[in-house]
Design a protein around this ligand. Structure first.
Ligand code: F6R
Length: 241
């Protein structure tokens, strides 16, 4: 694992954008595994700016996201599809048909999971997978569990996640389930880029990268991947190195 220590969130975002941009420069038809959440927002902003300036060309790139809420369509402001359109896809020259997320409104969850695994396989696998880190060690929606999950699957959200999300939704429509790439799909990515910012992540970052490999800390499995780049800011890395 290579660790890039950055000063702060902005610096972390610049490093992440540099690495994602380099991937697209080196392989214009690269398959990028992407994430939502607050961690990648700064990197997405920089990628938009570089694309607008003509420094990056996404016309042949492909994007496959980690996860999506079940029951939310692409127009729902809390859906991850909406997030990706707003923060990245609508502002770069990636063809819409090259962008993939699980379909939140798919009628048959098992068929949707199989479809998504076929999307990943059909793209030839993921060249660079971007990951944020959850406070409990989750990656994607792979929450602490007894075993590591395989491919794309539907997960029941924990009560604490449902409660945390309720501020974004009316009481009735808080999603109870989500689709997520599984741990083995993530581990099959050729390179993994983990970005972590802030003191609140310091403890779990240490558990994930310096503790035992266990499904109770899903991100700890990344210790077994041969090409992980961790870009963390000083507060996040304070207990690791
Ligand atoms: C998002 C995702 C999540 C987040 C994680 C960290 O697509 O899969 O695992 O990466 O919850 O979220 P932030 O970046 O908001 O701290």
């Amino acid at each position: 694992m290579r660790i890039f220590r950055t000063k702060d969130y902005e610096d972390m975002s610049r490093q992440a954008a540099n690495l994602l941009g380099a991937q697209v420069l080196l392989k214009p038809d690269a398959v990028l595994g992407l994430a939502t959440g607050s961690s990648p927002l700064g990197a997405y902003r920089l990628l938009r700016e570089r694309c607008e300036k003509g420094e990056l060309d996404f016309s042949r790139a492909r994007a496959i996201n980690l996860d999506e809420y079940c029951g939310l369509g692409p127009q729902h402001p809390q859906s991850y599809r909406y997030f990706m359109q707003q923060n990245l896809f609508d502002h770069i020259n990636i063809p819409p048909e090259n962008t993939h997320l699980p379909h939140g409104l798919a009628p048959d969850p098992a068929a949707e999971c199989a479809r998504y695994d076929a999307v990943i396989a059909g793209a030839g696998g993921i060249d660079m997978q971007l990951l944020g880190l959850g406070l409990n060690g989750h990656i994607g929606f792979n929450e602490p569990a007894d075993t590591f999950a395989g491919g794309t699957h539907r997960v029941a959200l924990t009560q604490s996640t449902i409660q945390a999300n309720s501020r974004f939704f009316g009481e009735e429509e808080v999603p109870r389930y989500a689709y997520t790439m599984g741990i083995s799909s993530i581990m099959q990515a050729r390179r993994i880029l983990v970005i972590v910012s802030g003191e609140s992540k310091a403890q779990i970052l240490r558990e994930a990268f310096a503790g035992p490999v266990t499904p109770l800390v899903p991100a700890s499995v990344l210790q077994l991947h041969r090409d992980v780049i961790l870009v963390g800011d000083a507060p996040a890395l304070s207990l690791l190195c």
